[in-house]
Ligand binder design. Structure first.
Ligand code: SIN
Length: 290
């Protein structure tokens, strides 16, 4: 079920980069106005592989926005300010002056929203000579590997996700966590509700497969005392990122990754202290998990 289905593609080719998830797609220039049948094949490749990669793309911000809009409306990060000229694009920038990085803990994008992001499209503008890779983990496999007993216990549980002060940031606000360590601009989310509960086991709306829906934003379990929920959440997080469920991508300038937040988590590796990395990120809005 998880194997690539190259034979079904007529316009693109998919080459798996790991046993568990991830494929490089060739045969498509994303700066072009893509015909519907190519878009459908890219969507099929995303569903088959959970995260897909394109290399050697030359994209203006408008090209990247046009590509992203093929998948739905765009979502702006409630806590991070988008680019002045393109508010739907978040520029992820880390220079030698920055000690922290953005996305440097396992998470699924915007889990703390009532409707978390369906997908994220990340385009590499400038990358370090070595380092700055990103990892993903397959949450279908993480769910399927659990015992029947654990699956039964999780079936009706809801994880409570928060948008700020989460464990991956040592419990600090984003503003304090980044302070003088990362120059990206944090903003106040205003009235937007950024604490929301979602099923710990979610059914993917397009594939019908079940995924273990955990990530760094999940801080509790609805109706459980923290002393009870924390050990279970610690186990589920550890389990969900076992190396066997993951892949790792080495960026080049012009690489683009498109991942499905409904069945993956990702982690941006901060291992390039004296170099600069600049990425343009767009998130596509999603549905309420069930
Ligand atoms: C993120 O969206 O979490 C950042 C990923 C990255 O920069 O590799």
């Amino acid at each position: 079920m998880n194997a690539p289905r190259n034979s079904l593609y007529r316009h693109i080719e998919a080459h798996r980069i790991a046993g568990s998830l991830g494929a490089e797609i060739t045969g498509v220039d994303l700066s072009q106005d893509l015909p519907d049948e190519v878009t459908r094949e890219i969507n099929a490749a995303l569903l088959d592989n959970q995260v897909i990669f394109f290399r050697d793309q030359s994209l203006s911000p408008e090209n990247q926005l046009d590509f992203a809009r093929r998948w739905g409306t765009l979502h702006q990060h409630p806590f991070m300010k988008g680019m002045d000229a393109y508010p739907d694009i978040l520029e992820i920038r880390k220079t030698p002056a920055d000690k922290k990085n953005f996305g440097g803990s396992w998470h699924s994008d915007q889990m703390f929203m009532d409707k978390p992001a369906m997908g994220t499209i990340l385009y590499a503008k400038e990358v370090p000579s070595v380092g700055g890779d990103t990892m993903w983990t397959n949450l279908y496999l993480a769910y399927e590997a659990l015992s029947d007993g654990m699956k039964a216990m999780l079936a009706d549980l809801r994880g409570v996700s928060v948008g700020d002060h989460f464990k991956g940031h040592d419990g600090k606000s984003r503003k304090d966590f980044y302070a003088d360590k990362l120059s990206m601009q944090v903003r106040d989310p205003g009235d937007i509700q950024t604490t929301n509960a979602h099923p710990l086991v979610r059914t993917h709306p397009e594939t019908g497969r079940r995924a273990l829906y955990v990530g760094g934003h999940v801080q509790g379990i609805e109706g459980w005392h923290p002393d009870e929920s924390q050990p279970l959440l610690d186990f589920l997080m550890r389990h969900s990122v076992k190396p066997e469920f993951t892949c790792r991508f080495r960026w080049e300038t012009g690489s683009l990754a498109f991942w499905d937040n409904r069945c993956t988590q990702h982690y941006a590796i901060n291992d390039y202290p004296s170099e600069t990395r600049v990425m343009h990120r767009i998130t596509v809005s999603g549905d309420a998990p069930y």
